[in-house]
Design a protein around this ligand. Structure first.
Ligand SMILES: Nc1ncnc2c1ncn2[C@@H]1O[C@H](COP(=O)(O)OP(=O)(O)OP(=O)(O)O)[C@@H](O)[C@H]1O
Ligand SMILES: [Mg+2]
Length: 405
């Protein structure tokens, strides 16, 4: 459950386009959502709708095309390409207009307009580039100033041994704060437990890799942490010296969980962590994530392709279809009042252990061309009820409001 209202992750108009030649695949198109601290946010949608791409964009595996990603209030990713595109477009538009311009005054006006757009986007581009490159620095600066605020008055007041002890503690904390990288506080558990573990590394090496990159050199501390993590995820110490191929799918996924948790992250992106597993093992891994969430106050972005998996685990759910977020609501609200036809079709696919219901259950097939008429009035992401958003146009909005009444 949510602890408070602090927004940990904010994804704002995220676009991730893949270009191949002249074809542009809008894998993620203008997606916005927030995740509050301590919350589990479920992201669902069919294969290829852009869930993994959303996760990978958040951990900066891609340069995002457009929009912004904020973590702990600091912008960690910004869509630099969108500013470059805007500059090119302004120049092309101006060129076209200039060709048919009649007077010098008109030409001047067109040029001025173009220059203003170019200047504005250049400034935004520079700012975005700076934020993206310096987000770790901004975060460690913040930690350092928090430490100063906490320790300096105490050190000032203290004397003798107490003062020496506090000073040492302060120095140690400062050293750590300066090395802290913001983005390592987001860890991803990857979709494919086989492909995401290097077959030539032992489990110990896999789990400890992040710590070593972070600068931990002490072998004893590393071993102890690895053993602790193995036990935490339900494996045993003896597993540390083995290789990934010696494990079952569920065990490999546990190794992936251990590798993420050892970094002491604030946010875990779990990308279909159970979809490759047997149903009984799925429940085990979900229970494990649930335990860890309670133990460490983790915030989780949980990606899945069907709603039944996320239903009990998520506080809020976002439904994606072809790169767009089509509906977003609290878990209870989404199951009680599903509005978007795609959400309804996903819900109609969930079997229930009730033979009478199952006999009558009808699959709703979502056909976007038949379901919506967007020829004139285009859809936008609208709030139909506090916290419940649907992608719809005006006519659909009115209809949804009627249903909710
Ligand atoms: N690195 C890439 N280069 C080009 N296209 C990509 C890349 N990664 C993903 N895509 C495309 O982006 C779209 C979204 O893919 P993505 O992997 O995010 O889907 P998904 O929702 O995670 O699907 P699944 O449930 O199958 O994992 C797909 O059309 C895919 O082909
Ligand atoms: Mg995926």
């Amino acid at each position: 459950m949510q602890n408070n209202n602090e927004v940990l992750l904010k994804v704002e108009n995220l676009c991730q386009y893949f270009r191949s030649g002249t074809f542009v695949n809008k894998a993620v198109d203008n997606v916005s959502f927030e995740i509050k601290k301590g919350e589990v946010f479920g992201l669902v949608g069919e294969s290829g709708c852009g869930k993994t791409t959303t996760g990978r964009s958040i951990i900066k595996l891609y340069n995002i095309t457009g929009g912004n990603v904020y973590f702990k209030g600091i912008r960690i990713a910004a869509g630099i390409q969108s500013y470059k595109d805007a500059i090119e477009k302004a120049k092309a538009d101006a060129k076209e207009k200039l060709a048919s311009a009649k007077s010098d005054a008109e030409k001047k006006r067109i040029n001025d307009e173009c220059n203003a757009i170019v200047a504005e986007n250049k400034a935004k581009l520079k700012e975005a580039d700076y934020d993206q490159k310096h987000c770790d620095r901004a975060y460690s600066d913040r930690l350092v100033s928090n430490l100063k605020e906490k320790f300096l008055p105490l050190i000032e007041k203290a004397s003798g041994d107490e003062k020496a002890k506090l000073t040492a503690e302060y120095k140690e904390a400062l050293h750590k704060a300066k090395r802290t990288k913001l983005v390592t506080q987001i860890q991803m558990i990857f979709q494919d437990p086989i492909a995401s573990l290097d077959p030539r590394m032992t489990v110990r090496e896999i789990i400890a890799e992040g710590l070593i990159i972070q600068g931990e050199r002490n072998k004893e501390i590393i071993d102890q942490k690895v053993f602790e993590m193995l036990e935490l995820v339900g494996l045993v110490r003896e597993h540390a010296s083995r290789y990934p191929h010696e494990f079952s799918g569920g065990q490999r996924q546990r190794i992936g969980v251990a590798r993420a948790i050892i970094m002491n992250p604030d946010l875990i992106i779990a990308d279909e962590p159970v979809s490759a597993l047997d149903v009984s093992i799925q429940a085990q891994v979900i229970n494990l994530l649930n335990d860890l969430r309670e133990k460490f106050g983790l915030t989780i972005l949980f990606i899945a392709h069907d709603l039944s998996v996320v239903k009990y685990f998520s506080d809020r759910i976002g439904v994606m279809y072809y790169g767009k977020m089509v509906e977003l609501a609290s878990s209870d609200e989404l199951f009680l009042n599903p509005l978007h036809p795609y959400t309804r079709s996903l819900l109609s696919a969930i079997p229930l252990p009730d033979p009478i219901y199952e006999k009558q259950r009808q699959r709703i097939v979502y056909n976007p061309l038949a379901a919506h008429d967007y020829s004139i009035d285009k859809p936008t992401f609208r709030e139909v009820k506090p916290g419940h958003f649907v992608q719809c146009n005006e006519a659909e909005y009115q209809e949804y409001m009627k249903i909710l009444k």
